[in-house]
Design a protein around this ligand. Structure first.
Ligand code: ADE
Length: 246
């Protein structure tokens, strides 16, 4: 899979792309992720990429010229087979969820465009036939952290990136029911008086599978009731065990 990133801050991706899972996947040739500096496509003496919005208002917008030129240059790279699905990271975009992550992971190529300032000139989306994705209902100072979230979630679904394909299949929000995972335990069997549920050490795989399904349904139900006031939701006491894991 090929992912191109259009950004004014390519250096923000350095640690992210060389660390652990992504670094290994890139070295193994499973993932090809390339940040591209938008500033290289700026024009004029001041290498300008942004300007004030027509009609007034606060902040600056990314100008269409440099963004479109950068994406078109990236897309014309003969080393990539497909032009790629072009995605602008914006707070007003389609909310990212696991179903969308699965959809993106099936693409041969993505082009992620990170905004800065107040956003993009609307003609960028139109000219590029781009879509917009948001990682949540809050405003970041730029699209870079959002692009990293998208890349991380997508990359782990690309075959060969995770050591064990089951761990992606069993994730929260995966599968037809989109359940949240229930509590899990590792050693020791007893921690500060908290015991691992007996069923998990029983060796009875059918009982274990049933217990896990029930726990997942319960966790999903509990999470869905977020109409409750803050603090009213009783967290399962497994929290403490999870946080204290070695
Ligand atoms: N850029 C700024 N805020 C964002 C958000 N919530 N999601 C995606 N891109 C963004």
């Amino acid at each position: 899979m090929r992912i191109d990133i259009v950004t004014l801050f390519p250096e923000m991706f350095e640690g992210f792309l060389t660390g652990s899972l992504l670094g290994d996947a890139r070295e193994a040739g499973i993932l090809d992720v390339r940040p591209r500096n938008l500033r290289d496509f700026a024009t004029g003496r001041h290498r300008q990429v942004d300007d004030r919005p027509f009609g007034g208002g606060p902040g600056m917008l990314l100008m269409p010229g440099p963004v479109v030129a950068c994406v078109e240059a990236v897309q014309s790279d003969p080393s990539a087979a497909a032009p790629g699905r072009v995605i602008l990271l914006t707070p007003g975009g389609r909310p990212l969820d696991q179903a969308l992550v699965e959809e993106l992971a099936a693409e041969p190529r993505l082009v992620l465009v990170c905004g800065r300032y107040e956003g993009f000139d609307a003609r960028i989306r139109e000219t590029l036939g781009a879509e917009e994705i948001s990682i949540g209902d809050y405003v970041l100072s730029g699209g870079e952290p959002a692009a990293m979230v998208v890349i991380d979630a997508v990359a782990r679904l690309v075959p060969g990136v995770l050591g064990d394909e089951r761990s992606a299949r069993d994730d929260s929000f995966s599968g037809a029911e989109r359940l949240v995972e229930g509590p899990q335990y590792t050693r020791p069997r007893e921690f500060r008086g908290l015991e691992v549920p007996e069923v998990l050490t029983s060796g009875d795989h059918r009982r274990i599978a049933r217990w896990r399904r029930e726990q997942a349904a319960e966790a999903t139900r509990r999470r869905g009731s977020d109409a409750e006031p803050r603090g009213a939701t009783s967290q399962p006491d497994t929290r403490q065990t999870e946080r204290s894991m070695p």
